[in-house]
Design a protein around this ligand. Sequence first.
Ligand SMILES: Cc1cc2nc3c(=O)[nH]c(=O)nc-3n(C[C@H](O)[C@H](O)[C@H](O)COP(=O)(O)O)c2cc1C
Ligand code: SF4
Length: 453
Amino acid sequence: MSEPRRVLTAHWDDPSVIPLAGYEAAGGYRALRTALGMSADELIQLVKDSGLRGRGGAGFPTGMKWSFVPRNTGKPTYVTVNFDESEPGTCNNRELVEREPHALIEGAAIAARAIDCHLAYIYIRGEYLWQGQVLQRALDEAYAVGYLGRDIMGGDYDLDIVLHRGAGAYICGEETALLSSLEGFRGQPRLRPPFPAVEGLYESPTVINNVETLMNVPHIVNNGAEWFKAVGTEKAPGTKMFTISGKVERPGNYELPMGTPFRVLLEEHGGGVLGGKAIKAWTPGGSSTPFLTADHLEVGLDFESVMEAGSLLGTGAIMVLDESDCMVEAARRLVEFYAHESCGKCTPCREGTWWATRVLGRIEGGYGRDEDLPLMADVGENILFRAFCALADGAVSPIQSTLQHFMDEYEAHIREGRCPVTGKGPGHHDAEPAPDAVTFATTGPFEIQGAPT
Ligand SMILES: Cc1cc2nc3c(=O)[nH]c(=O)nc-3n(C[C@H](O)[C@H](O)[C@H](O)COP(=O)(O)O)c2cc1C
Ligand code: SF4
């Protein structure tokens, strides 16, 4: 098994780093002290030089994002940590914080220093009750010794960090919806531009970064840009937390260099496909990223390689499906998630995801028609890039990628009136019963009234 450099997980086997004393003993808060002695420009340049790219999904260069924050606008600036983590398949931020909460606080404080922010927020997913307690305890400890608050570490820099709990809505992970939610409004995305770096929280310049992104920052300050770049790929340096789940022997979070072939993660770390079965499909970056297949085992897990293979690295959350899984069911279940989580602001997403679940359910249930396949493709095309935010694009990923790679499975469902993989027969559909679903369960094939034709 390859043993790569462990950075974010170096102390995962050592619970003594959870309380402040243990974290300090392991070198914690040394980077913040260094950062306080650096100018904002020096800090931003260091992070730019390191090539660190955001781990929240889009892979945007972190130093560049920080450099977009305008100076001397007369307004406050804000750092907001995105700890919403609600995408199906993702859970690395949770474990990172559970095992080393002060590393997030230190990373956020350094980011704050870089943009001259004196009030930062950590927006945590509502369901993460325990992780919220762990973080709050760590924040209290940091305040108690003067690492946060007034004149931190004996200097003249003030910084408060406030933990803000969301109420459990996936859309609140989208950065502008997060800001709306933080301001007390309904969590719905806002039009961009202006981008948050220029006009974000309370219409003031705001940097929003993912938990994993910020946890890399203290290590970059301690070890330098060249050290960071020595691992990973040229365009995507550093290590990445990969979450592997589903049909795998050892599901969990693994830290590996960017660019590690998927096969290495699956076989050497994840222990291979559960029960020795054959892999059928996998998502490289959570449920919003198009499925890849068994033909893509050698794809390197970095932004560029995954994109070249036809998908997106996203959050690095890999869900594995094996030969016994029905891809129509997989697509239906994922699209149902997006239909449920759609914030309702715009029509292609609000209506399109709902219709997609109905048509997918019809095919899965054994009542599909030949015209359903072009209809599904058409619904997908009419959502993609036509909705207000990327949630809708994420909903299209399972539709288009299963149509692309598993068309034969769709066709067999329609031809045979049953699943060719699981054998589940007509009427099978374990989705929430909606009125038309009830109709078909009791009377057989049905028409979706008003369905797009
Ligand atoms: C629907 C949706 C949900 C998102 N959820 C998260 C999330 O839970 N955590 C996160 O860091 N980024 C999430 N993002 C991405 C953020 O909008 C943003 O790009 C990210 O927080 C920026 O941080 P980074 O530059 O450190 O990656 C989501 C985006 C969308 C469209
Ligand atoms: S795409 Fe969906 S989640 Fe995004 S704004 Fe429109 S309705 Fe809301």
